[in-house]
Design a binder for this molecule. Structure first.
Ligand SMILES: [Zn+2]
Ligand SMILES: [Zn+2]
Ligand SMILES: [Zn+2]
Length: 317
């Protein structure tokens, strides 16, 4: 490309990045950037009847399928009665063979942003306990996800996660696996070489540090990555570390909401039973993916990561 080409036109080539974890192509197009608060999607306001009809609130245990287990339960409590802190029930409409819902709080909490660190320890325990049950039944993968807001595909506003049991590793994880091998791990390298300006927070557990950072090649505005700095494949191996990561994710959502208002998002765990480097990906759903993204596999991100990080760093958590 000549200098003349570089100075004029779209000059898309200069802005195409390949995400080191997934190989996904991302184009940064800051000329199309929006001001804070001007994105399309918002978290829905609370509907007047929402609390009266919410099947996840304590006291309405009969409105879900019978629970699989509950954590933090009062002594002598019977299943499907009040007196629990975190509750795990089958999904009423599973897309796949086994799909379970982890209800994050007994009271009507609408966002991960408002779930306490203490509750998140129980959520992490529920994920870990479910993983052990899935392995015992011969399943190979547990896909743990949180959807918030209609734009993310969530159907109920009470904070919860979904645990999908899979008989084999899903394609996104399979794509990442060869890139995250111990001897040449793209995530270890990403964290080691990370621009300090992109790092939003970290928490330590023993001698392990978990980081919350703006993804350097995220597909969406404000996309964040949460990962242990140590090369650890299996998040279900330590619920404490997983709890720290969920707490950092909640902090990321609080910062996002402080900048953009209550925002829809998807969050998922990429976990590895063999070699790999587990992480959480937090993808805000402020914009709508169009044909270039879905048909071409090229994601256009209108917000440069440095700019996203500057806004999120300045926000209260
Ligand atoms: Zn509720
Ligand atoms: Zn690694
Ligand atoms: Zn990933």
């Amino acid at each position: 490309m000549t200098d003349a080409d570089k100075s004029g036109g779209l000059n898309a080539e200069a802005h195409i990045f390949s995400d080191p974890l997934s190989g996904r192509e991302v184009v940064f197009a800051p000329a199309r950037a929006k001001r804070p608060g001007s994105y399309d999607a918002r978290l829905e306001l609370e509907a007047p009847s929402e609390i009266e009809t919410c099947p996840f609130c304590e006291g309405r245990e009969q409105e879900t399928p019978p629970e699989l287990f509950a954590l933090g339960a009062r002594k002598g409590r019977s299943p499907d009665t009040p007196g629990w802190k975190v509750r795990v029930v089958p999904n009423l409409y599973p897309a796949l063979e086994q799909q379970q819902v982890v209800v994050h709080t007994p009271t009507h909490t609408r966002s991960l942003a408002d779930v306490s660190d203490q509750q998140l320890v129980l959520v992490a325990e529920a994920w870990t306990e479910t993983a052990e049950r899935a392995w015992a039944q011969g399943f190979d993968h547990l896909l743990a996800v949180i959807n918030e807001g209609k734009a993310s595909g969530a159907s109920l506003p009470h904070s919860h996660s979904q645990l999908v049991w899979l008989e084999r590793v899903p394609p996104e994880v399979a794509t990442e696996t060869p890139r995250l091998r111990r001897d040449d791990c793209a995530l270890c390298a990403l964290l080691r070489d990370l621009d300090p300006a992109l790092k939003l927070a970290e928490r330590k557990l023993g001698d392990c540090t978990v980081s919350l950072a703006v993804a350097p090649t995220g597909r969406a505005p404000y996309e964040m990555l949460i990962a242990p700095e140590d090369h650890l494949p299996d998040a279900f191996g330590s619920y404490e570390l997983l709890a720290v990561s969920l707490a950092l994710a909640a902090e990321g959502v609080r910062r996002l909401n402080a900048v953009e208002g209550a925002s829809p998002f998807n969050l998922w765990l990429h976990n590895f039973q063999g070699d790999g480097h587990w992480h959480l990906e937090l993808v805000p759903r402020l914009n709508i993916y169009a044909s270039v993204e879905l048909g071409g596999g090229i994601f256009i991100n209108t917000l440069l990561p440095e700019k996203a990080a500057a806004r999120l760093s300045g926000a209260s958590s």
